[in-house]
Write a protein that binds this ligand. Structure first.
Ligand code: ZN
Length: 137
């Protein structure tokens, strides 16, 4: 079980309808974004806000078929995913697979900020969409 050690909450993802309005809302709480990026492959624009040891990731849809757009239509704005920072994403995915988890990404793929990411389906994590992201070392 050694590969399970060392993980931590890397960030909490929040789906928003209007990214600029959300940034204005969070600015008194967390200051300006540390990073903002259009992730064209996912049809989303994201902004990261440092908040102590962890970060918030605000996600806005930039495509009609994006998963964030579907989320907003189904559930409205709100908590979207929990991201765990891990040291070895490939090993972590193997652990989740061995536990019978439904993997949205069978292999790591590029995410925001040039990091490797993979998502676990909420049905395998007590209703929470889990993002695994390999920490920058
Ligand atoms: Zn994320």
């Amino acid at each position: 079980m050694s590969s399970w050690s060392g993980r931590r909450v890397d960030h909490v993802g929040i789906a928003v309808r209007d990214l600029d309005a959300a940034l204005a809302f969070y600015r008194p709480l967390a200051g300006p974004p540390s990073h903002r990026e259009l992730v064209a492959g996912d049809g989303v624009e994201v902004a990261f806000l440092k908040l102590g040891e962890t970060e918030l990731e605000l996600l806005a849809s930039r495509g009609p078929d994006s998963s964030v757009q579907r989320f907003l239509e189904r559930r409205g704005e709100g908590l979207h995913h929990l991201a765990l920072g891990v040291a070895d994403l490939t090993a972590e995915l193997a652990e989740w697979r061995a536990r019978g988890a439904l993997l949205i990404d069978e292999v790591p793929r590029p995410g925001a900020r040039g990091r490797q990411v993979a998502f676990i389906h909420p049905t395998s994590a007590m209703g929470v969409l889990v993002e695994l992201c390999q920490r920058a070392s």
